[in-house]
Design a protein around this ligand. Structure first.
Ligand SMILES: [Zn+2]
Length: 241
């Protein structure tokens, strides 16, 4: 049975709300992910993980918010970003829409580090004066269980952006798309010390092919399947059924 909100009718949502006030909201970004990572990695990963967690915990899952705060990636073609204030406004209004119908427990599964400040700001906006709202922010790639696996299999080469872990997860979930991605890239060492925040041009000059400290030639669909399952298990434990 699907727990995808978009595949329900409004009477089905009304019925669900009689016994449960929880919803999972997957968020990510549409941004460059190095020479061999898909541009949609951050929302594809959180969306696929969220759908599985929804099925396992019998919790509704909203459509993914595919766009986030990715201004620092704008010097790479294909990136689509919101500015922080716009992103906070979009998140706030989406949370408020759900709250209006009676949802009270919001679990956001996030796939992009640049979204975190805006997500926290939007939570504060919505929580303002409300006693019974609960927000949980789960940055799936920060889960300790995921970190243990990545450390063991990729070490420092996992990096910070276009990581082996996130490329692997989407190699597992989007195998067809990766068949068209050229594999003949040479991955030179990337810098590990850098100022932050960076302008788009600074970012491109510092990380010329888009990676930050990672060697995604180590990524495989088999690793991706393991990391995907580890993340799903850990999140299910966190949110319960
Ligand atoms: Zn990413």
């Amino acid at each position: 049975m699907t727990y995808n909100l978009a595949e329900k009718t409004w009477p089905m949502i009304e019925e669900y709300l009689k016994s449960k006030k929880s919803i999972i909201i997957p968020v990510g970004s549409t941004e460059q992910h190095g020479p061999n990572g898909l541009i949609g990695i951050d929302y594809m990963s959180s969306w696929e993980i969220a759908k599985k967690v929804g099925e396992r915990t019998k919790t509704l899952v909203s459509p993914p918010l595919c766009f986030g705060m990715a201004l620092h990636h704008m010097a790479f073609p294909g990136t689509m970003s919101l500015t922080p204030l716009t992103y906070v406004a979009v998140l706030t209004e989406l949370f408020q829409s759900l709250a209006k119908h009676g949802f009270r427990h919001f679990t956001v599964i996030n796939g992009h580090g640049g979204n975190i400040p805006s997500l926290n700001a939007a939570f504060s906006q919505v929580l303002n004066g409300e006693q019974d709202y609960q927000f949980k922010l789960i940055n799936w790639w920060h889960l300790p269980e995921v970190g243990v696996y990545e450390k063991e299999h990729f070490g420092d080469a996992n990096g910070f952006h276009a990581t082996c872990g996130e490329v692997s997860v989407t190699m597992h979930t989007h195998q067809e798309a990766y068949k068209e991605v050229p594999t003949n890239f040479k991955f030179a060492p990337t810098v590990r010390e850098y100022p932050w925040p960076m302008s788009p041009q600074q970012f491109r000059t510092t990380f010329s092919d888009g990676r930050m400290g990672s060697d995604p030639s180590l990524a495989t669909a088999a690793h991706g399947e393991k990391i995907f399952n580890i993340a799903v298990d850990a999140i299910c434990q966190k949110i319960g059924s």
